[in-house]
Design a protein around this ligand. Structure first.
Ligand SMILES: [Zn+2]
Length: 58
């Protein structure tokens, strides 16, 4: 262990609520390794992975 957390930093996606994390290129990607969001039926949506901003929680 060299200061690496056993769990990656994960945030819920702002669009589809699935967990997102950063890939090696520092882009946000879903935990299922898809950049594009999917709805609950598995269909692609027009949005891509983005972490929800904690400040938006009112
Ligand atoms: Zn998403």
């Amino acid at each position: 262990m060299s200061g690496r957390s056993p769990y990656p930093r994960v945030s819920p996606c702002a669009h589809c609520d699935r967990p997102v994390l950063r890939d090696n290129d520092d882009r946000w990607i879903h935990a299922d390794l898809s950049y594009v969001c999917r709805d609950r039926w598995g269909g692609l949506t027009a949005t891509t992975a983005a972490p929800v901003q904690p400040r938006q929680r009112l």
